[in-house]
Write a protein that binds this ligand. Sequence first.
Ligand code: 3PG
Length: 306
Amino acid sequence: MKNILIATQKPFAPDAIKKIQEVVKNAGYGLQLLEKYSDKSELLDAVSAVDAMIVRSDKIDKEVLDAAKNLKIVVRAGAGYDNIDCDAATQNRVVVMNTPGQNSNAVAELALGMMIFMARGCFNGKAGTELKGKKLGIHAYGNIGRIVATLAKSFGMEVFAFDPFIPAGQIEKDGVKVCTSEAELYSTCQYISLHIPATEKTKKSINYDLLSKMPENGVLVNTARKEVICEESLLKILEEKPGFKYVSDIAPSCKEEIERRFAGQYFFTPNKMGAQTAEANINAGIAAAEQIAAFFEKGDETFKVN
Ligand code: 3PG
């Protein structure tokens, strides 16, 4: 019998666990649950005899992969797989998959919520502003970016996007204006919503050059990864432009300095919560379990990323 481990420091909603259990049971596999673990040794113990793993942002490095002697597949129930050492997985002949699109709506809704929260002065009771009529730049037009565009248009925002990997016609079909460079996007829009993955190329790529192109009252919304921001540049911009705001679904490393020096210019969620909805957990969790079953039963590698 195959053994599947769900290893999530940040647990799925209980309903998602029930539904994953059903898929795993129907496939005739055993299920092990490791939630809210605080020490890596717990993860190292748990992986020792499993054939497959479902994880979220849990760090799956070489040590974990080496400890998982029977592991054949690890599925990141979500989009970004920068938490998994894909090279080490490939060396160990472990297939890595993600579940693209399954939690996108939750993240997109949070991005809009964050924009409203900042436009209304973090609900401080003073007069704020509206999103209607403002320009929004979507940096990367993937699954989340597309939903953000739809939601933002329904708020009456003028939506722009930059994505070198998506044909312009496809973006324009959605009623979104295409920018042909990052510089154009950042100099055109008051709001920027980031949807780029964290890769060697994108880390620290949101730098002074780009941020300085945003207007005095610019709002940078980050539901992507903290690593894509050049934090020295961010600090400089917050200082130079007292009307500039940074809202992020994960605190930057320089959180304390921002809190000390830039009151009213920031908001950070306490724990990455873009995909923290029951719906997103159910969608991504079921997809992960089904992908594992399809992989074992039919050799299906559709969502393989390594
Ligand atoms: C993702 O990449 O899918 C999101 O960042 C969600 O991450 P999480 O599963 O850790 O909430």
